[in-house]
Design a protein around this ligand. Structure first.
Ligand code: ZN
Length: 263
């Protein structure tokens, strides 16, 4: 199933405790000379969006201080700093820069599973890789080589699989026609030869053959006076078809599947 959820990172928040930090002055004119001895720092890094640039805000919680002394009665207070870290107290600005990660990668495009890629989407993807790696010749060279090797293999596999499936289908149709024909394929030498190669006179099931298993090639050969060499060549031709299938085992497997359905 395709995950069509589009995720746009808005912000990243980090929250941690501190000890030994310097007293921070408030930047809010309404709180006057109030300051805080930080014990908890919360930083929010917001991504650029809706025309606003990336920015960071901070909340610093700690003991409320005035004139370098704890305010009585002692209480916790939170000071808020916005649009940093420029203009912030040096210690807090440094904290903000310390924890700032690389900007979140915004990828609003749904990811396409590899199996669902078409030649066109792969080409587009490749173009983007080329653009992204324009300044990294070595990486680009490697990416191109990998892409070509993989694409050639993928193309070859696809064409090969298509051909194989088509041949298999054609042979199956031929087998069904031979099996259901009213013609006596043993009567005429040419017919018997075609039947021998395309269908096989002997049992091809993967089991221990029983006396009821058809084993008619030698009999048909005798009937038409085929030489042992000719019979040997027929066996070789038939073995090739039997190996790639469909074959007697395919027919038996199909019958077994039907039998199981009827249970
Ligand atoms: Zn058999």
């Amino acid at each position: 199933m395709t995950d069509e959820t589009v995720r746009t990172p808005y912000a990243r928040k980090i929250r941690y405790g501190v000890t030994g930090a310097p007293i921070l002055p408030s930047q809010n004119p309404h709180t006057g000379d109030m300051a805080v001895r930080p014990s908890l720092v919360e930083l929010v890094y917001s991504a650029a969006r809706d025309g606003r640039t990336a920015r960071v805000s901070a909340s610093v919680t700690g003991l409320c201080m005035r004139d370098g002394k704890p305010v009585q009665p002692e209480g916790q207070v939170a000071l808020h700093y916005k649009n940093g870290p420029d203009g912030w107290p040096a210690w807090l600005a440094n904290e903000a820069r310390l924890h700032a990660a690389a900007p979140p990668v915004t990828d609003p495009e749904p990811r396409v599973p590899l199996a669902e890629h078409t030649q066109q989407t792969l080409d587009e993807l490749y173009d983007r890789v080329q653009e992204a790696d324009a300044y990294y010749a070595e990486a680009q060279h490697v990416a191109q080589a990998m892409y070509r090797a993989w694409n050639e293999q993928r193309t070859a596999l696809t064409e090969g699989a298509t051909v194989a499936a088509g041949v298999h289908n054609t042979l199956l149709v031929l087998r069904i026609r031979l099996a259901n024909s009213s013609r006596d394929w043993a009567q005429n030498s040419d017919d018997a030869w075609m039947y021998a190669v395309l269908y096989g006179w002997d049992c091809e099931q993967q089991h221990d053959h029983t006396p009821t298993c058809p084993k008619l090639l030698n009999e048909v050969a005798t009937k038409h006076g085929w030489t042992p060499d000719r019979v040997e060549r027929i066996r070789k031709h038939r073995a090739v078809f039997a190996k790639v299938g469909p074959n007697g085992e395919t027919d038996a497997a199909a019958r077994r599947a039907v039998d199981n359905e009827e249970d």
